[in-house]
Design a protein around this ligand. Structure first.
Ligand SMILES: *Cc1c(COP(=O)(O)O)cnc(C)c1O
Length: 394
């Protein structure tokens, strides 16, 4: 790969490793194991004296192509592909901690991420403090001598708040703390946490990277040293490896990622502007709009808006349900980043397990709706939204 290739070129070509057949499309290596010419070559491979694959739980050719392409996109030295986004998040956090350590995490987290830090980690003697990630002082104040990891997501799900990643990284570096960023909502195209000072980036590849609703996947990216030291053994021995078939699906997804994300972002911006002009809507939150409360941070750390829009209907749950039910093009689903436009009511689905108080802290009200823009024609989406809002009023 040429160092000068731009992202769209990297996403089509980086990491490709052709077999002797010279296939155009990346091959799927559905194999658990690998054979050795001689006993001596097996011994050398196990000793690490020669390169090559040993067992698919450790690494395999199609997965390696996906990992390399992700590194080329993210500007990371190394990566490990995982079976799901949650396998990536839990491995990235737990692999570097032991009993007695402490995590500080922004409380606005994807539900399962919050469970990992708030419920699972303490079972193993790892403490956790959840804070308002928007306020840099709260990060500093939450640090204890045992703090080893800062964990955050930006923009957050579902209310699209942002965290000042460079600011958080500066605090972390002053205390020798590692920053792990879940970059799903920003996508690797619009935000580069490693360049902003974070140490580890994780993705649910299930979202925009597959982008067509087919398979689960995840990836962890960091420096080669961090992966060798913290993740390598954890990954090999706990087994979160991605299936090679899914690695192939995700490789093909990466080829079209910029095209899809561009169209999704255009559609999201169009819907956000449309909603801002409707009086059934109490509030629209969209990172691409000048009225986002943290527009200054967004301008500093993101190069695009978002494929998601969060908004609040004045009529509460009743209006939100009626609105969703009246949509025709847009489908009700808790997934996001898909080619199909999807809509969800966080209070009764993705965030139903939180207490009412915790939902209020996150800005999730009974009227809050999250929209994930697909790649349809934006005018069809606007017409669908207009019709459904009219139905709410009727
Ligand atoms: C979906 C998602 C996850 C979990 O990913 P899976 O692939 O579903 O396991 C983690 N973080 C964020 C922000 C997500 O949107």
């Amino acid at each position: 790969m040429s160092k000068n290739w731009r992202p769209a070129t990297r996403l089509v070509h980086a990491g490709t490793s052709r077999s002797p057949h010279g296939e155009t499309s990346e091959a799927i290596f559905l194999t658990q194991g690998f054979v050795y010419e001689t006993s001596e070559s097996a011994e050398a491979r196990f000793k690490g004296e020669t390169d090559g694959f040993i067992y698919a739980r450790y690494g395999s050719p199609t997965n390696a192509m996906f990992e390399e392409r992700m590194c080329a996109l993210e500007g990371a030295e190394d990566a490990r592909a995982t079976a799901s986004g949650m396998a990536a998040v839990s491995a990235a956090i737990l692999c570097q901690l032991k009993a007695g350590d402490h995590i500080v995490a922004a409380r606005a987290l994807f539900g399962s991420c919050r469970w990992v830090v708030e419920t699972l980690a303490p079972k193993y003697g790892i403490g956790c403090t959840l804070i308002d990630g928007r306020d840099l002082d709260t990060w500093e104040k939450a640090v204890t001598p045992a703090t080893k990891v800062f964990f955050l997501e930006s923009p957050t799900n579902p209310t699209l708040e942002v965290v000042d990643i460079a600011g958080v990284a500066a605090i972390a570096n002053a205390h020798g703390i590692k920053v792990v960023v879940d970059n799903v909502f920003a996508t690797p195209l619009f935000q580069k946490p490693l360049e902003l000072g974070a140490h580890v980036v994780v993705y649910s590849a299930t979202k925009h990277i597959d982008g067509q609703g087919r398979c689960l996947g995840g990836v962890i990216l960091s420096s080669k040293d961090w992966i060798d030291e913290n993740l390598q053994d954890y990954f090999r021995h706990t087994g979160p490896a991605l299936s090679p078939f899914n690695a192939w699906t995700l490789l093909k997804g990466l080829e079209t990622l910029p095209l899809r994300v561009r169209q999704q972002t255009e559609n999201a911006a169009k819907i956000a502007d449309f909603l801002a002009g409707r009086n059934e809507v109490a509030r629209v939150i969209y990172p691409g709009r000048a009225d986002h409360p943290q527009a200054d941070i967004i301008a500093r750390q993101m190069t695009g808006g978002s494929t998601l829009v969060c908004f609040e209907l004045k009529g509460g749950k009743e209006a939100a349900f009626a609105f969703q039910n009246a949509l025709d093009v847009v489908r009700i689903s808790n997934n996001l980043g898909d080619a199909k436009s999807l809509i969800t009511h966080p209070a009764t689905t993705t965030h139903k397990n939180l207490t009412e108080e915790a939902r209020q802290e996150l800005g999730i009200s009974p009227g809050t709706v999250r929209f994930s823009a697909g790649i349809e024609d934006g005018d069809d989406l606007v017409e669908d939204f207009a019709r459904a809002l009219d139905a709410v009023r009727a």
